[in-house]
Design a protein around this ligand. Structure first.
Ligand code: PNS
Length: 166
């Protein structure tokens, strides 16, 4: 049986913390599908296509694929024939929300297991929200996101500075 895991998230943007979880999952499972959530409520910095593209370019392991989903995660996981949902946990503060999601997902789909990986120490304080904040306020994010993500953030900032075209 192919052991297939889903690693879901918003990835706005992908960080080195996410990438570390993807790499470690790729060693644990036969196949990993990074599932990018479509249509997030909060206005994202990057479009779905941009977020998918970033993950595709950064997560270059043979057994890692990238997909998109909307609606319930467990529906997507069943459709993809996955048995496991992977989530990274950084600090105890993540635990409560993650526990709620894992239990709700199990209630919705009892066959689905959630596996938690502890974030690498070096990235345990990282979040996409903080990355965006630090970047917007002119702080360095080098080493915290893949190089190609940093480039795309710079490109996006200069696009915004240039304003809407004619
Ligand atoms: O990167 P994030 O924002 O921490 O990811 C959250 C995500 C995408 C895993 C979660 O919001 C989700 O699964 N959304 C899909 C809708 C759903 O299934 N909701 C019920 C979860 S119990």
């Amino acid at each position: 049986m192919t052991r297939r895991a889903i690693y879901p998230g918003t990835f706005d943007p992908l960080t080195n913390g996410h990438l570390d979880i993807i790499e470690r999952s790729a060693h644990l499972f036969d196949e990993v599908i990074v599932a990018v959530l479509l249509n997030i409520d909060k206005r994202p910095m990057f479009t779905t296509d941009e977020r998918v593209d970033m993950v595709r370019r950064a997560a270059q392991w043979d057994n890692v694929k990238v997909g998109t989903f909307e609606g319930l995660l467990v529906h997507y996981a069943v459709e993809q024939d996955a048995q496991v949902i992977v989530r990274g946990i950084r600090a105890i503060s993540d635990y409560e929300y993650e526990l709620q999601m894992a239990l709700m997902n199990r209630r919705l789909e009892p066959r689905m297991e959630t596996v938690f990986l502890m974030a690498a120490e070096a990235y345990s304080y990282l979040s996409s929200r903080l990355i965006k904040e630090v970047f917007k306020l002119g702080g360095s994010i080098t080493g915290l996101v893949p190089g190609l993500v940093e480039e795309q953030m710079r490109a996006k900032a200069s696009e915004e500075a240039a304003g809407p075209g004619e």
